[in-house]
Design a protein around this ligand. Structure first.
Ligand SMILES: C[S@@+](CC[C@H](N)C(=O)[O-])C[C@H]1O[C@@H](n2cnc3c(N)ncnc32)[C@H](O)[C@@H]1O
Length: 347
């Protein structure tokens, strides 16, 4: 949907986005301070909590570390507020259009199984004020303002193209029905729909506000998606009813037990011969000690309570435990991001 923010809202969002670029420059200075304190791959502790304490102690006098912590805190607390304020400035113009776009071929219905997993309220993910449902138009605010104007602006690579490219991992083009876990505001769903135009698209998410934005995105393009409000851990949908179960950057936001539950549920939902493709952040096993420390830093400061337990999980073993064969767990295209796990339900 085309829209124009007011000068104040746009500038405030771009200020925070530019601040993220500026603060990232502190990281090389901090790495140098860590090295100067005698910490490297051979001297950093194997245990992650010990390592975090060790590095914190080494950085106690580092001005760059203090500056990064303060500015990261500022952005973490404020990005959601700034985006909501930017929206509120144009709300009266946008609201009729947003409401109209909820009419169309794409529907939202309650999932027959679990509506809201207990961990959904453990924290405001990303520290966005109120979490995924924190504003009546949080789907638009997150999907269009935070995601496009704050995150994607600085992200290395095209984060929308990455969602499309990952689908090339799949061995088939003839999936009849695709079930997406964690549809959110529909960024990945759009890529799935473009790559598999013949497929019927189902999606689910416990956040109604996010699903409403996915609904608008689909209706605007005349797409017919069936969206379920609820959790992918226990859907209550019929067994053997879909051909592909897929998700993009959902796993790091859910606890380890929920990943196992989603894999088991995906296996149950798939028809024999079906596939899973779950893409997510780099596994800790693929990073060196310093890389894991930075990932932890970003997770803790960025409001990601499950990142560590999720990124430490061996996805290949988890997929095999759920019954999948031909399992692959690796970085896309020989890199380390995005990471994916693929599995096949034997025919
Ligand atoms: C980072 S967003 C997903 C982003 C989206 N796939 C994309 O490509 O832009 C994570 C989403 O997972 C959803 N989620 C969390 N727990 C879930 C669950 N148990 N079942 C389905 N979705 C879940 C959240 O509500 C949130 O909308």
């Amino acid at each position: 949907m085309e829209f124009q923010l007011k000068q104040r809202g746009r500038a405030s969002l771009h200020f925070l986005s530019d601040l993220a670029v500026s603060t990232s420059r502190f990281k090389s200075r901090i790495d140098a301070d860590i090295k100067a304190a005698g910490l490297d791959e051979s001297t950093m502790a194997d245990d992650l909590d010990d390592r975090l304490r060790q590095v914190d102690a080494a950085l106690a006098e580092s001005p760059a570390a203090a500056a990064l912590a303060a500015l990261t805190e500022y952005s973490g607390v404020n990005h959601g507020r700034v985006a909501a304020a930017a929206f509120d400035e144009v709300r009266s113009e946008l609201e009729p259009r947003l409401k109209a776009l909820m009419q169309g071929p794409t529907t939202i219905e309650p999932i027959p199984g679990e509506r809201r997993p207990s961990y959904a309220d453990a924290a405001w993910i990303h520290r966005t004020t109120g979490g995924w449902d924190g504003h009546e138009y949080q789907g638009f605010i997150h999907g269009e303002l935070i995601h496009r104007e704050y995150v994607a602006r600085n992200y290395p690579g095209d984060i929308f193209a990455q969602r499309r490219q990952i689908l090339s991992v799949l061995p088939r083009r003839d999936y009849q029905r695709i079930f997406e876990v964690g549809t959110s505001s529909g960024h990945y769903t759009l890529q799935i729909a473009a790559e598999f135009p013949q497929a019927e698209i189902w999606g689910c998410d416990p956040s109604l506000r996010m699903l409403e934005q996915a609904q608008r995105v689909a209706n605007e393009r005349g797409l017919r998606w069936r969206l379920f409000h609820g959790s992918a851990d226990r859907t209550g949908l019929d067994a053997d009813c879909v051909d592909l179960v897929t998700s993009y950057i959902v796993l790091h936001e859910i606890p380890r037990e929920a990943i196992h539950a989603q894999l088991r549920e995906a296996y149950r939902l798939l028809r024999p011969g079906g596939d899973i493709l779950f893409s997510d952040v780099t596994r800790y096993a693929a990073l060196n000690k310093a890389g894991v420390r930075w990932a932890e830093y970003n997770a803790v400061h960025g409001g990601e309570p499950f990142w560590r337990e999720s990124a430490s999980l061996d996805l290949a073993t988890a997929a095999r435990d759920a019954g999948f064969t031909q399992v692959r767990s690796e970085g896309f295209g020989g890199g380390i991001y995005p990471w994916f796990v693929y599995g096949h339900k034997p025919a």
